[in-house]
Design a binder for this molecule. Structure first.
Ligand SMILES: [Zn+2]
Length: 406
């Protein structure tokens, strides 16, 4: 049976002022092993139980802790094999700090045993529960024995937080279903550091999930990210898609305005974005002045034959787009980008097929054949509603189907 032993060696918190020019530690610490993440999580649970903010990890500190873990296998001490104290490992990694501490342990086979051992030993426990620490480096080496190292660093100030990594998914009760999201925390001395997000880190309020950290908060949108798009709306996935793809944006104040009108300028702007916003000369429309948010898009669309205007040198940018105008513009865009426009479907099954304008017929036949628009069912008949306006939610659906089909 393996004897578990716990070091009683402690290293007091040093209040040295070691400030180097700020290094860049932007990369996510993927180098941390599952065990090292587990030490971080368990340490943070102990801190949370004592009302303390979580510690975060960053690569340079992980590297220093990894070096120390290997060193403590040959010399179980806060003095390094080269005779210097343990804090030189932090300095050598180029890390600035105002306070630091080290916990070491040997013989424990799991992160739980290591953290529990430290929590049951007064000096180690004090390091874990020091409010002034912001970061933790966790090292684990098991070449000969299982050796565990915690390097604590403090004295920096949080400047911003963000939710990064995998998009978290929640069930209806607000329980986190997915792992892999991290909180990215910027501070004034160390760049960006990270901690894994667990269910307890989120405050669930209606459609929004908020993580609070050191006086900062990061709000995670529900699926779509908009307060007026509920996750069970028919267009939730479509709006999530077009915003993720950068095709459409919200209208401000956290709203998407799904039932709002889609203007002709908006549609052309979306296609222009799909093409990477190329430049174009003026198309000469009297109602498209220079320098508006849609000027470049309308000029580009006109230059490429995707829009023609409405006659008399007018484009009518603010007018709501009709369904047949929308599919016509998409059809011309498909032709321009050499997407498939060969498949056409007869419109005779639609009750109002005769209301489709001559200029819109081919585009409508193509859009129906491709499933880019669907008819509007009313009782036993289905209408195309060519002169009806497309809402922003309907436009998101049209764009998603277009992108997924062509
Ligand atoms: Zn920091």
């Amino acid at each position: 049976m393996r004897l578990k032993r716990m070091s009683a060696i402690l290293c007091a918190v040093l209040c040295v002022f070691w400030l180097l020019p700020q290094g860049a530690h932007a990369a996510r610490p993927e180098s941390a092993t599952a065990e090292e993440w587990e030490v971080l999580k368990r340490t943070n649970r102990e801190r949370a139980a004592n009302g303390l903010e979580s510690l975060t990890i960053f690569p340079a500190l992980q590297d220093a802790a990894g070096i120390r873990a290997v060193e403590t296998e040959t010399q179980f001490s806060h003095t390094r094999p080269n005779g210097t104290d343990c804090f030189t490992a932090i300095k050598e990694a180029g890390i600035q700090y105002r306070s630091a501490a080290e916990n070491i342990a040997a013989g424990q086979t799991t992160p739980a045993q290591a953290v529990n051992g430290w929590m049951n030993s007064e000096g180690h426990r004090r390091n874990i529960l020091t409010a002034g620490f912001s970061h933790l480096g966790t090292g684990h080496s098991h070449n000969r024995t299982n050796n565990w190292v915690q390097l604590f660093v403090g004295g920096c100030t949080t400047t911003a937080i963000r939710i990064e990594g995998k998009q978290p998914q929640f069930d209806a009760a607000g329980t986190l279903l997915s792992k892999g999201s991290v909180l990215a925390v910027d501070c004034d001395l160390h760049g960006t550091a990270y901690l894994p997000l667990e269910n307890a880190d989120y405050t669930h309020n209606g459609n929004t999930f908020t993580v609070n950290y050191n006086g900062f908060s990061a709000t995670l949108p529900s699926d779509s990210g908009f307060s007026d798009v509920s996750s069970d709306a028919w267009y939730a996935d479509e709006i999530h898609y077009v915003t993720q793809q950068g095709l459409m944006n919200g209208v401000g104040n956290g709203r998407f305005d799904p039932d709002g009108a889609m203007s002709r300028a908006m549609v052309v702007t979306v296609l222009h974005r799909m093409e990477g916003t190329p430049a174009a000369g003026s198309a000469g429309f009297d109602d498209v002045p220079a320098g508006t948010w849609y000027t470049a898009a309308v000029n580009w669309a006109a230059e490429n034959g995707i829009v023609n205007g409405i006659g008399n040198d007018l484009f009518s940018p603010d007018r709501s787009i009709t369904r047949q105008e929308f599919v016509t513009i998409l059809y011309r865009y498909a032709q321009k980008t050499e997407a498939d426009t060969s498949t056409l479907q007869n419109l005779h099954t639609f009750s109002d097929a005769d209301q489709v304008a001559d200029w819109g017929k081919t585009a409508m036949r193509w859009a129906i054949a491709k499933g880019i628009i669907e008819g509007i069912r009313e009782g036993s008949s289905t209408r195309l509603d060519p002169e009806g306006n497309a809402t922003r939610a309907q436009s998101a659906a049209i764009l998603m189907r277009y992108k997924n089909t062509l």
